[in-house]
Every structure is written in C-alpha cells, then in structure tokens.
Design a protein around this ligand. Structure first.
Ligand code: FEO
Length: 170
C-alpha cells in the first residue's frame, strides 16, 4: 500500500508527464506552422512518449491500491523564436523533470518504499536517455547555425522518429 504522501507525489508526477505531453504536442504544432514537418513528427513522438510515462505511473498507483486523481493540465507555450530555442526548451524541461524524478526517489527512500524505488529506477534511466537525445539534437543545431540546407537535412532525419512503447510496461 502506498503512503498518502507517496500517492500524492505520484499523482503530481502523472500531471507533470501529461503536461510534458501537451507541451511537446504544442511544439509539434509550432513546427507544422513553420514548415518543419520532421521536427513536428519528432515532437509528436515525444508527446506520445510522455503520455506513456504518465499512464505508466497511473497503472503503478492503481496496482499498489492507490487512488489516481487527475488534475488540470496547464496551458503550454505556443510559440518559440527558433528551432534552436524550442529544442533548448526541451532540454531545460527535461532537466526539470529529472529533478522531479530524483525528488520522488528521495521520498521513496525516506519512506523505505522499496517497490516504488524500484519502479522509479526505470524513469531515472529514461531521463538520462532523454537528456542525451535532445543534447545530440542541440549539438547538431548549433553546428548547422543559420544554414538552411543543413536544417532541411536535420529535419528529414528527425522525421524518422517513431515512438514504440516498451513491451514490459503497461
Ligand atoms: Fe517523461 Fe521526458 O520525461
């Protein structure tokens, strides 16, 4: 059985993951509007991944006999100054989410909730991967600078991304 504190903290994280999904969907619509359909596809996949994260926690809370309370999802930003600034926003957002996951792990350890600690380890690893992936895109964008043909090639590369949910999780 989850403690009330842990249950509430996991409910907050469900909201944070769904907000992330909403934010990346907003970025996807921004990229559609500026004609970068590959970046839009990349953000769509990112949004699906975040939705998966939220539902993964949702199922975990229910599986531990907890109560899921869905809260309002805040309105995300709708425009960015450039492709670079949008992807910089992805990185700062993911760094913030990493901090939230680390706080959850700290709480699980404080409460000696070993099951939740083990559950959260998947998210710890996922955050390392997410930060590395967006860091890679940012490095390429910095190399490209103002070169439109370079951006066109990167846009095509990013458009190859497909989200496939991991099989082991609900
Ligand atoms: Fe669910 Fe990108 O963290």
């Amino acid at each position: 059985m989850l403690s009330k504190t842990m249950e509430e903290a996991l409910n907050e994280q469900i909201n944070a993951e769904f907000y992330s999904s909403y934010m990346y969907l907003s970025m996807s619509s921004y990229f559609e509007a500026v004609g970068l359909s590959g970046c839009a596809i990349w953000m769509q996949a990112q949004a699906q991944e975040e939705w998966f994260h939220g539902t993964k926690i949702y199922h975990y809370v229910l599986g531990r006999g907890g109560r899921v309370i869905l809260k309002a999802i805040a309105q995300p930003q709708s425009g960015w100054d450039s492709t670079l600034s949008a992807f910089e926003n992805v990185l700062t957002h993911e760094q913030k989410v990493t901090g939230l996951i680390n706080e959850l792990v700290n709480l699980a350890l404080d409460e000696r909730d070993h099951a939740t600690n083990i559950f959260l380890q998947w998210f710890v690893s996922e955050q390392v991967e997410e930060e590395a992936t967006v860091g890679d895109v940012l490095n390429k964008l910095k190399l490209i600078g103002g070169d439109a043909s370079g951006l066109f090639v990167l846009d095509q590369e990013l458009g190859q991304r497909i989200f496939t949910p991991p099989v082991q999780a609900k």
